[in-house]
Design a protein around this ligand. Structure first.
Ligand SMILES: Cc1ncc(COP(=O)(O)O)c(C=O)c1O
Length: 419
């Protein structure tokens, strides 16, 4: 697709690229409002993966024959594209993993094990996904360190700036924080937080699972030390994710896994690591995944990340407006005046009705939404005091009429439950 800056996305044209959007669920046309869980895949990505297997399937790096050389160069090109996509300095700073979760685990188990010790502090926030909580909790347990949480403000929508300062005064070794919350939708001022964290000597890991797919990301500008993302949330296949790390940090860090590919030489009693990023990729890589992710990045670049963001803002604004008109609905996160600081996620609760019942009735209407704690139990259960929430989330292929369909489904829920 050609880039057309400042124009709206041609959603109907985009939708034609996504075969699944032409299917039905429970006999109704599929309305997919769960892209924060995983995005749908355009035909360009599906074809790129299938063409690799059909035309040049071979292992990478050492094959001295044409199809292996092609697979190798496509895989490397994928990393080069991703480096550019998030404005990393070089491909060497892009380590492929299975997903954002694995990327965070790699940092906690390598850099964390080497640099966090007894009595140290690790700082995360009250709006983290379990993926950005549990690896740090386990690191703290292993090392006798303390895990601290930046609290939310009174409106329970954003981080409390005063508490952020108080937590940073403890001089944590690392601040691991999400750029965009998968529950509240809040987009954190990650650049400001990184600066504050660096001022007290902390390293910073940014969880970009919900930001990289939906907005332009610039890791150099943020100046974070690590940035993680999942390919499957940004039009790519499952099984491929990335860890960005600043070169000097990755160079100074021992790899987690060892074996083939990550090694330059092995003697009976000695070894030498391979260059970055291969040092962190032991064994055969997810070659098809890398090639699929490459096609996904091409697709997003073709649309233009500024237009992706604008489109989702419009949908969020519309969804909040429509949801606020329905009786008995509570919306979580920032309101209409905070849409600029909100990603394409809207969590809500229908008073007196369990979110699982809501999701089930949506399902019978052909609408896919998520219900539950959204893998953010400390936030949903403890801070918000809710057992579960319903969540709709958007991407480039969603439309206002799909929001209307969701609102109609809520009316159906209310009729059935007589509330
Ligand atoms: C904010 C956030 N971080 C991390 C993850 C984990 O992503 P994955 O399961 O692809 O590793 C998710 C998934 O929903 C998320 O929303």
């Amino acid at each position: 697709m050609m880039q057309m800056a400042h124009e709206d996305i041609d959603v109907e044209r985009v939708r034609r690229d996504f075969p699944i959007l032409g299917t039905s669920m429970n006999g109704k046309p599929l309305v997919y409002l769960d892209s924060a869980a995983t995005s749908q895949k355009p035909i360009q990505v599906i074809d790129a993966i299938s063409n690799y297997y059909k035309e040049y399937n071979a292992n990478i790096h050492r094959g001295i024959y044409q199809i292996s050389e092609r697979a190798t160069s496509e895989y490397i090109e994928s990393k080069e594209k991703l480096a550019k996509f998030i404005n990393a300095g070089e491909m060497a700073e892009i380590v492929y993993t299975r997903n954002a979760t694995e990327s965070i685990n790699v940092v906690a188990l390598t850099w964390g094990n080497e640099n966090v010790g007894k009595g140290d502090h690790i700082l995360i926030s009250d709006m983290e996904h379990h993926s950005n909580i549990v690896p740090w909790m386990l690191l703290a347990e292993r090392k006798g360190a303390t895990l601290d949480y930046i609290k939310l403000d009174g409106a329970k929508a954003e981080l409390d700036p005063k508490n952020l300062e108080e937590q940073l005064a403890k001089k944590p070794k690392i601040v691991a924080i999400t750029q965009a919350s998968n529950v509240l939708g809040t987009i954190n001022d990650i650049k400001g937080i990184t600066k504050m964290a660096h001022d007290v000597g902390a390293k910073v890991l940014v969880d970009g699972a919900q930001s990289a797919p939906h907005m332009a990301v610039d890791v150099k500008d943020i100046d974070c030390d690590f940035f993680v993302l999942s390919g499957h949330k940004m039009l790519g296949p499952t099984g491929i994710g990335a860890l960005y790390g600043k070169r000097e940090i990755l160079e100074a860090t021992e790899p987690l896994f060892s074996g083939g590919d990550m090694i330059r030489s092995v003697r009976h009693n000695e070894h030498a690591w391979n260059d970055l990023p291969w040092k962190f990729e032991a064994g055969t890589s997810d070659i098809a995944g890398g090639i699929g992710l490459s096609a996904a990045i091409d697709y997003l670049n073709g649309v233009g990340m500024d237009r992706v963001r604008d489109h989702e803002k419009k949908l969020v604004r519309y969804a909040i407006e429509r949801l606020s008109q329905v009786g008995g609905v509570r919306i979580f996160g920032l309101g209409q005046d905070g849409v600029d600081r909100r990603c394409g996620v809207v969590s809500f609760k229908l008073d007196g009705i369990h979110p699982h019942d809501v999701a089930q009735i949506f399902d019978s209407e052909g609408i896919a939404i998520r219900a539950g704690h959204h893998c953010a139990m400390p936030l949903v259960t403890e801070t918000l005091g809710e057992g579960a929430l319903s969540r709709i989330s958007f991407y480039i292929y969603n439309t206002e009429s799909e929001v209307d369909a969701a609102i109609a489904a809520i009316e159906t829920v209310r009729r059935i439950f007589k509330v």
